[in-house]
Design a protein around this ligand. Structure first.
Ligand code: TXA
Ligand code: MG
Length: 364
């Protein structure tokens, strides 16, 4: 299949391109589009045959349900029933935006979309192209992140093409996604709402709106299955082994670990704060990406992981951030990318907190 690419420029007239893309969606084809979080792989959310094509293109397990994207708040009504007071309050506070609500599903939503669950995930994205596309299609658009299952979510059209070229009807290029990590998913069907996936609408923001929220224990405890089916997979995985350094001496120990890894002949990828990265001496076999804020790290994280793959580094060493605000979502994605390999830096030593250490760790 030839994948069509539309480049849309800011503040220009997209009517023609979006009419073409929406036409393909109505015919049951799959089209990728930008949102403020990551790019989505869209299909007519009420057409099970079209949605089946999403699962096929992604190689997605059929037990992992999709999010329905809408262009106006009231469009949730026909898709759901018994919206809770919590759900209504969250819609008023944070839509359009990077927040997905889990609500009881109506008969209208195909079982394939919800993987047989009696709840459905709904989100109203805050992106002019996403909004205009949903409006032009005239139906809710089912869209997971537009990556192959197990790969980092795409934040650019180029990253979508890397995974999806030839497999889908089209890609709308709307530039770099702003937030860079996927939406916050919150289950509104329980007495106390539960965060199933941390994201751009932070725990602190949700607590302010609702008073109290819980975090799905499956996100942190190793022996508890997460409630969002997709969260149990090792997503966001770069090809190289990745290690996260945390603790007060993380910056110093990162420098030592990197030096050692390089001396042993490895090509090393580093992801660290600007201050930490400044201490590293640039050289051929060292690929460094640094950030000066959580917002910048969130926006670039997946792109950096993809570039480490393209550079064919042997291992990736990343500095942790505090799990406040956007940091909770970033650390959730980094931990998954690292397969839980977290090293605690203290007293000049690196202690594995979870997962494993690099094979040369003993010598540190
Ligand atoms: O930011 C985002 O949410 C992006 C953009 C494209 O909107 N979409 C996205 O979709 O991240 P996806 O499919 O990659 O992740 C959806 C997550 C999965 O973990 C899935 O298991 C969970 O939502 N999910 C969907 N429906 C659910 C339901 N009824 N109950 C619990 N979890 C659900
Ligand atoms: Mg995804």
């Amino acid at each position: 299949m030839q994948t069509k690419l539309w480049h849309l420029k800011k503040n220009s007239d997209w009517t023609q391109e979006l009419a073409e893309a929406a036409g393909l969606l109505r015919q049951g084809e799959v089209v990728a589009f930008p949102t403020e979080t990551v790019y989505g792989l869209g299909a007519d959310g009420l057409n099970a045959t079209a949605c089946a094509k999403i699962f096929a293109a992604k190689g997605r397990p059929s037990d992992n349900p999709l999010i329905l994207h809408i262009a106006a708040k009231e469009e949730i009504l026909p898709l759901s029933k018994n919206l809770s007071a919590h759900a209504k309050r969250l819609m008023a506070a944070f839509w359009p935006g990077p927040m997905t609500l889990i609500v009881p599903k109506s008969e209208l939503v195909p079982d394939l979309v919800t993987a047989g669950l009696d709840t459905v995930a709904v989100r109203m994205p805050d992106h002019p192209i996403a909004k205009a596309l949903i409006q032009a299609a005239g139906c809710p658009i089912a869209a997971p992140s537009a990556n192959k299952s197990g790969r980092p979510s795409p934040t650019t059209a180029a990253a979508v093409l890397e995974d999806m070229e030839g497999l889908i009807a089209g890609v709308i290029d709307g530039g770099l996604a702003n937030i860079g990590v996927e939406s916050t998913i919150i289950d509104t069907t329980t007495a106390v709402p539960v965060i199933l996936r941390p994201g751009g609408i932070t725990r602190e923001m949700l607590e302010e709106a609702l008073g109290v929220v819980e975090i799905d224990p499956g996100l942190v405890a190793k022996n508890v299955t997460p409630k969002a089916p997709g969260m149990k997979y090792r997503h966001y995985a770069p090809r190289a082994d990745m290690y996260i350094l945390t603790g007060q001496e993380a910056a110093v120990m990162l420098e030592r670990l990197v030096t050692q890894a390089l001396e042993l002949g490895n090509k090393v990828g580093v992801l660290a704060s600007d201050a930490t990265a400044n201490h590293l001496t640039p050289q051929n076999r060292l690929v460094t990406y640094s950030w000066d804020s959580k917002a910048e790290l969130g926006q670039e994280l997946y792109e950096y992981l993809r570039r480490f793959d393209a550079e064919e580094v042997d291992l990736i060493i990343a500095q942790a951030v505090t799990e406040e605000d956007l940091g909770l979502a970033i650390m959730n994605r980094m931990r998954k990318a690292a397969g839980q390999n977290i090293l605690w830096a203290e007293n000049g030593k690196l202690l594995p907190q979870s997962g494993s250490a690099p094979s040369f760790y003993d010598t540190i």
